[in-house]
Design a protein around this ligand. Structure first.
Ligand code: NAD
Ligand code: ZN
Length: 353
């Protein structure tokens, strides 16, 4: 679990006092990994307390984070700092938060990031790392994974060393998220709840968090009586609780299928989940019905026909990647999942998208 959290509008202003006691020496800088959407945003960057050799790395989130990108950032940090950093601070959405987590792990663990994709492969504690979300939904701020696209798969580095040491939840940072992206990443949270609550791995720990998050999602995406501020604060907490819910259960069909879409077509997580979930009535009838109502209420048009030009080889690759995510299928469909979802059936589903 994340050991320290502050919550509240404007809490980003506490960054300096939070970090000060964590500085190890003048030669051990803080490295800020920030979404480059904020590059010319004085409102945010002027509040970053740079001192000594601290530096900012602005990162493009056009593509999802890759293991090779993590390795390159780690190498750059090792070559350009006098000592290992005092801390890594990620400021952005799921992409940047995952990068920050992965970089902090790879600074203290040998080899390449791809070697650690899986469960509990990390040997040494990571560098002190802080997560500051600027868009809500993924739950990356709270989870024990960092999802990366590697040479062979899209898979997380799941470990006890992955969660942030400190998170700052300041909903004001999410105020300028574009509407479509707000919906896609928000729906990631909603889908986490449905997949957790309808899964066979469900337990009371996950259920309580999942229910709380689901109620918040309904309020945010279906009610009319929230102010923008209330909606931003609630989505931040929905994301947190949704993340807590899957931390102790698992995601399901939409995530398995969307991971493969990301790997083969580069479709990003939030929108990919929406594209897939729209076609999953068979598995999540009530969840999909509500999703369609939310989509309609917010006038969201999802891309159609994204698999239309794929070759048989592409479909094979996609179905193989998706079906390799065994815990997701087992959670969604139970121990006999292989009898329910076959490569042929999966291909037919993809062909509808
Ligand atoms: P993202 O981080 O890719 O950001 C989406 C877009 O929103 C980007 O264009 C970004 O520049 C923009 N943006 C972010 N904050 C903004 C702001 N305040 N104002 C304006 N624009 C802003 O998207 P995401 O949906 O948050 O994250 C997706 C990633 O998270 C994927 O790589 C996925 O694999 C990962 N993920 C991780 C976990 C986990 O537990 N670690 C869970 C789910 C998803
Ligand atoms: Zn997700």
């Amino acid at each position: 679990m994340v050991s320290k959290v502050v919550f509240g509008r404007g809490s980003f202003n506490q960054l300096s006092e939070i970090l000060a006691p964590k500085r190890l020496s003048m030669n051990a800088p803080f490295i800020y990994i920030i979404d480059d959407v904020f590059k010319n945003n004085q409102w945010l960057t002027s509040r970053i307390p740079l001192a000594y050799d601290d530096k900012i790395l602005f990162i493009s989130t056009e593509e999802e984070p890759k293991t090779s990108q993590v390795d390159a950032i780690v190498e750059d940090i090792i070559l350009t700092t006098k000592e290992l950093p005092s801390g890594i601070i990620g400021i952005g959405g799921g992409s940047v938060l995952d990068l920050a987590k992965a970089v902090s792990i790879m600074l203290t663990n040998e080899g390449e990031a791809k070697d650690y994709q899986g469960w509990d492969l990390v040997k040494h504690p990571a560098i002190y790392h802080v997560g500051i979300p600027t868009i809500s939904g993924t739950g990356a701020e709270v989870s024990r994974t960092t999802v990366l696209i590697g040479p062979e798969k899209k898979l997380g580095i799941n470990s006890d060393f992955t969660p942030f040491d400190q998170v700052i939840l300041d909903s004001e940072l999410t105020k300028d998220v574009p509407k479509n992206q707000w919906f896609y990443t928000g729906m990631d949270c909603y889908i986490h709840c449905i997949e957790s609550l309808k899964g066979t791995y469900l337990n009371t720990f996950s259920e309580t968090y999942g229910n709380m998050s689901l109620e918040l999602c309904k309020e945010i995406f279906l009610d009319n009586n929230l102010t923008a501020e209330e909606s931003e604060e609630k989505l931040m907490m929905a994301s947190w609780h949704g993340g807590m819910s899957i931390a102790y259960s698992q995601v399901g069909v939409a995530h398995a299928m969307s991971y493969a879409l990301a790997y083969v077509l580069g479709v990003k997580h939030g929108i990919g989940n929406c594209i897939v979930f729209d076609h999953l009535e068979e598995f999540y009838p009530e969840g999909v019905k509500l999703f369609k109502a939310m989509k309609e209420k917010h006038n969201i048009m999802l891309p159609q026909g994204i698999c239309a030009d794929l070759s048989d080889a592409d479909f094979d690759k996609m179905t193989t990647i998706a079906l390799n995510l065994v815990p997701l299928w087992e959670n969604a469909l139970g121990k006999n999942w292989k009898q329910i979802i076959t490569p042929k059936k999966l291909k037919e589903l993809y062909q509808k998208m």
